[in-house]
Design a protein around this ligand. Structure first.
Ligand code: SF4
Length: 350
């Protein structure tokens, strides 16, 4: 019998499973608390669980627990970048960022990515597979376990902004959101979770109907289709007008402010004219624009925007009543663009 992934199950699912095994329903609650609250990775290490029950459970289920393949810690701000090895040998990347307002974990949702954004290292080695709900959750749990000696350590915010397009792994991501929010587990509030998409319009519309009070973040990066087409292949399918109309629909249903990510590239999308065009497009959407000065990417001929251009772009947006700030860069001494660390690891393996 193939073992089942117990940590991708909700409590009602686990209850149904255990009842089917002839066990009382309350046992599921005990097991669930040990798995999701106490973060136990072995049925035999769970209190309240007899050896015979632990044996029975081990025969039927496996507990996802990735291994830390490598870890880099920033000496400047304590940012931690992890490479985690999954059960099937695939490698994913996870980052812990230490802000004054709490610890934020940036999780991956897929092994690789098929979206092909020009400025992104995650897409270079192609797409392998979507992560299971348990594998997304395990990234936060691994970091929590790693800091178990640190008094009061808690992950309070999550951003789905690592490797992969979350809305391309829709069902597993939604299940993960429910699991991570569960009070019997990590209990991270939806308002402390941000999901970033490159613009998968049907996924945004579907997400709106879930009515989860999470923050939707859109990787926009361009004020018009001509520029966005050159940077993000998804724009050939869903143009900016269609994308922004989905954002308006999302906001109407969920009432949440939308976050737009905008990577500034010298001479490509960073002039005051571009800023004015962007402001015009975003008019009427309750939003915040996160400006990210990108690092130079030689193969793509992308150069970092000058400080002057960044300031002027920000001022033009703010003067046009669009709330915009430049994102503070964390972990610059362990610098690796999203997906870069994984790529380096894979290169070293071949
Ligand atoms: S930016 Fe996001 S969606 Fe685009 S290729 Fe990278 S991981 Fe995929």
């Amino acid at each position: 019998m193939d073992k089942k992934d117990v940590k991708s199950m909700t409590l009602p699912q686990l209850e149904a499973e255990l009842v089917e095994m002839g066990l009382p329903k309350f046992r599921a609650g005990q097991v669930y608390r040990q798995l999701f609250g106490k973060l136990k990775t072995d049925f035999h290490h769970m209190s309240d669980i007899s050896v015979s029950l632990a044996n029975q459970l081990s025969e039927r289920y496996y507990i996802t627990a990735p291994q830390i393949a490598s870890k880099l810690v920033s000496k400047i701000d304590g940012t931690e970048k992890y490479l985690l090895a999954l059960d099937d040998g695939n490698i994913i990347e996870t980052v812990l960022m230490r802000y004054e307002h709490g610890n934020t974990v940036c999780v991956s949702t897929q092994v690789g990515c098929r979206m092909g954004c020009a400025f992104c290292a995650s897409t270079k080695n192609g797409f392998v597979r979507g992560l299971e709900p348990s594998e997304i959750l395990a990234q936060i749990e691994t970091i929590t376990r790693e800091h178990s000696d640190e008094e009061g350590f808690r992950v309070s915010n999550i951003v789905l902004m690592g490797i992969g397009e979350p809305l391309d792994n829709y069902d597993n991501v939604i299940k993960f959101l429910h699991l991570v929010n569960d009070k019997m587990g990590l209990g991270i509030g939806y308002r402390h979770i941000s999901l970033s998409t490159c613009g998968v319009v049907p996924g945004i519309k579907r997400l709106a109907r879930e009515e989860l009070p999470i923050t939707l973040s859109i990787s926009l990066h361009a004020p018009n289709d001509a520029i966005r087409d050159t940077m993000m292949p998804i724009n050939h399918k869903y143009k900016i007008d269609e994308l922004l109309s989905a954002c308006r629909e999302y906001q109407k249903i969920c009432g949440r402010r939308i976050s737009f990510e905008y990577a500034l590239i010298d001479g490509v999308n960073d002039t005051p004219t571009h800023a004015l065009e962007l402001a015009k497009r975003l008019k009427g959407i309750m939003c915040h624009v996160n400006l990210i000065p990108v690092n130079t990417i030689r193969e793509k001929n992308f150069k970092k925007s000058t400080k002057n251009s960044v300031n002027l772009f920000t001022k033009t947006l703010n003067d046009s009543k669009i709330n915009a700030t430049v994102r503070r860069k964390l972990g610059s001494d362990i610098d690796a663009a999203c997906g870069q660390l994984r790529n380096d690891h894979m290169k070293n393996k071949v």
